[in-house]
Design a protein. Structure first.
Length: 275
């Protein structure tokens, strides 16, 4: 279990129990009883002023990449119109245009813009079907909650920066659903900006919402070398890179950059943040 003391917050050697603040869900996570992690926080300066996270693939449940056509296929099926394959093809190409805009120009894109490019109407039925396809991939698992809770209890401010075409409210609803929204002092989603990671302005936008802590005193955690590591390093942040097993092959972009740290899982952050 997690236990707090006068000078440290102890991360589970045996198990962790957590009740989502708004969701009413209770999790219990069994962990190897090897040793405890401790984060100093009483009267001592922490190693980082803030720990900042990517969202998808970093904080969400680790799952193999989904067939990229599946959410759009469901959207088209909900339209119940003719020429479904043509509509799907146009949506697929419009989404790839959004990806290329971020990769080549570091320009943000939106869900509405994808539909506009494809010439497909926005409908509540289509949106519900599309989001339903993605729902299992948006869950924040209990082991992630455990790490976030440990960092918060150690007094580490946290922020969230995500590349996404989705409206901000979709992500906020998911964070509230899983009871993790309160962990983050600030959140930034590229769909509300003109730019996307790895553009420096995306990282600066998050720093500004955090009250402008020095970038050199921040740690950015992500699962993509191009978007997360190269972008964060360019503004002076330390970086931690997770495995990119959840990233679809067509969305992987090589980057000639070495992260400050490599971690096999989020639990490895506790050793990094520790003194």
């Amino acid at each position: 279990m997690f236990t707090s003391g006068v000078t440290y917050f102890k991360v589970a050697a045996d198990a962790f129990a957590y009740r989502g603040r708004d969701s009413g869900l209770q999790f219990r996570v069994t962990r190897p009883a090897t040793r405890a992690h401790r984060i100093q926080y009483s009267g001592e300066k922490l190693k980082f002023a803030s720990v900042l996270f990517d969202l998808a693939g970093t904080l969400t449940v680790p799952m193999p990449p989904m067939d990229p056509d599946e959410p759009w296929r469901r959207y088209v099926e909900a339209l119940a119109g003719e020429n479904a394959e043509d509509q799907l093809s146009r949506l697929r190409e419009a989404e790839m245009e959004a990806f290329r805009a971020g990769r080549d120009e570091q320009r943000s894109f939106t869900f509405g813009k994808v539909l506009e490019l494809a010439g497909i109407p926005w409908t509540p039925e289509g949106v519900a079907a599309y989001r339903g396809a993605w729902e299992p991939y948006t869950r924040v698992p209990p082991e992630t909650v455990a790490v976030l809770a440990a960092l918060q209890s150690a007094g580490v401010p946290m922020g969230l920066l995500s590349n996404t075409i989705w409206p901000v409210e979709w992500h906020r609803e998911a964070l509230v659903r899983d009871g993790v929204d309160h962990f983050f002092t600030a959140t930034v989603f590229s769909s509300e900006l003109a730019v996307a990671k790895p553009h420096p302005d995306a990282f600066r936008a998050l720093l500004a919402r955090l009250g402008d802590p020095p970038a050199q005193e921040c740690l950015f955690v992500g699962d993509r070398a191009f978007e997360d590591v190269s972008g964060a390093a360019a503004v002076g942040m330390s970086t931690a890179l997770l495995p990119d097993s959840s990233v679809a092959t067509q969305h992987r972009v090589a980057a000639p950059v070495e992260p400050t740290y490599r971690v096999a899982s989020l639990a490895g952050l506790l050793d990094i943040v520790d003194h």
